[in-house]
Write a protein of this length. Sequence first.
Length: 187
Amino acid sequence: MTLERDRLQAQCAEATDLDLARILTVDRSDAVEALVQEATRELERRQLTVETILNRVQVRFGAADAAYASIAQACSLISDSVPLHAVAAVSHALDETMVLQREGWGWVFHHYDGDNYGESYLIEEDERAVEVLDSFLRMQPWQPLAGDPDHIDNWETLYDQSLIKMEDPNWAEQVLRQSKLEAVFLT
């Protein structure tokens, strides 16, 4: 067993800080427990924590150049003070990006892995949007918090999902309540 531990210790000693954070977050469920323990010990030897490594995210607001921020600063982008239809891109250390788009009813989160579009999530409440972004940036499971994904790169899928919502008997009242309109008159 010592040979295996020595091999894992050497592997972790050669790993980058980011590789160790990956073992302890997104790859944890696939890693053997001995590797997880050795990665934890290696971070302790380096006097680092996973949180320290992950707490430097890249944020780009609109057409501005990207800047680095903490997770808390990135999550503060989700607020009522953000103009409607404003767009921000937030990337974590593993090159995944969440593009946030503010709408009148809430937020659209577009998930990208590198340059590849994954899916989008429609999130109505600011509190839940902050929770999703925080979990995403900390490389914790965020999809269950975000809800069902929408693939809005395909209008037919979006239309089909919209039809389901519009068939709800309370749909018109929900639209009026969320839009803060009293009535809509068609002429």
